[in-house]
Design a protein around this ligand. Sequence first.
Ligand code: TXA
Ligand code: MG
Length: 322
Amino acid sequence: MSNGCQIAAAVQRLRQGELVCFPTETVYGLGADASNPDAVARIFALKGRPSNHPLIVHIGAVDQLAHWAHNVPAAAWRLAEAFWPGPLTLIMEKAPWVPLAVTGGQQTIGLRIPAHPLALELLQQFGGGLAAPSANRFGQVSPTTAAHVLAEFGADAPMILDGGPCQVGVESTILNLTGGEAVLLRPGQITPSALAAVLGRAPRGHQASDQVRAPGLLASHYAPRTPLLLCAAEELIRLCAQHPLQRIALLCQPTTTPNILPEQASLIAMPETPADYGQALYSTLRALDLQGYDLILVASPPNDEPWQAIHNRLSRAARNTV
Ligand code: TXA
Ligand code: MG
């Protein structure tokens, strides 16, 4: 089937209240018509996700923002102008008509325009908004290829639009605009400095006392099935020695690769730049899960701002704290 035919078929399914998996620049989404509570309920059922966890609504054009959100702050228009289509989700007050099924019962809504040609084509032809979490079962690593989505849902998989591997590879930056000041709920490729350039000041970090529910904020999310430990490069050899009978995958960058590898360990070469590392991360973890390792040991990448999203996902995937 050509892309055009596939999109027409996908739109037809969405209008009938069915689910469609689609690529975005970050990860694949499990989409449903966001204005149809029955369709949205199917997302929660298939993912096994608690129904009080809100979904992001994907839209196809900036002028739809005011349809879904109420009292849109001036900052939202500026950020949308600067970063959409792109990996930035803005949390705002929801418009009164938006079903609570989408927002996890909250009066707020998360919106973004994804930067992927297939997603944009789908949204434009569909015309409405698509509620879509990452297309994985609750708590699992997000899918960055169509094959990952199929592996997640197997025989239960809805229609999947295959747009190739996702460019960004980690989920969008989430910024809460509902209080007086912008609050960063989830780091992503769009960094606090990039946001500050538009907002005039860096967003505040999220605090436990903030009254926001976001499953991405749960510890132990985005985790592979194989136990994963995150450590300083100097610790790799000592940690291998502590697990002598285990087969270990060592995720290292050129700068963090040990000179001599223990026999039990296989070296998995990770990219040097945060953009390439982010793109490779989830597909690497998924591939390792299939290879029967006892342990994944990750040499901690650099810790400056461009690496913030990757550190965030690695520490959630890890069984230890560093
Ligand atoms: O890159 C992404 O954001 C991907 C692609 C598919 O767009 N989507 C994604 O969705 O990662 P999901 O559901 O796996 O994670 C969305 C996060 C959750 O942590 C959710 O709680 C938060 O967004 N979120 C959505 N609406 C919210 C709201 N109204 N208030 C607070 N957090 C919200
Ligand atoms: Mg997710």
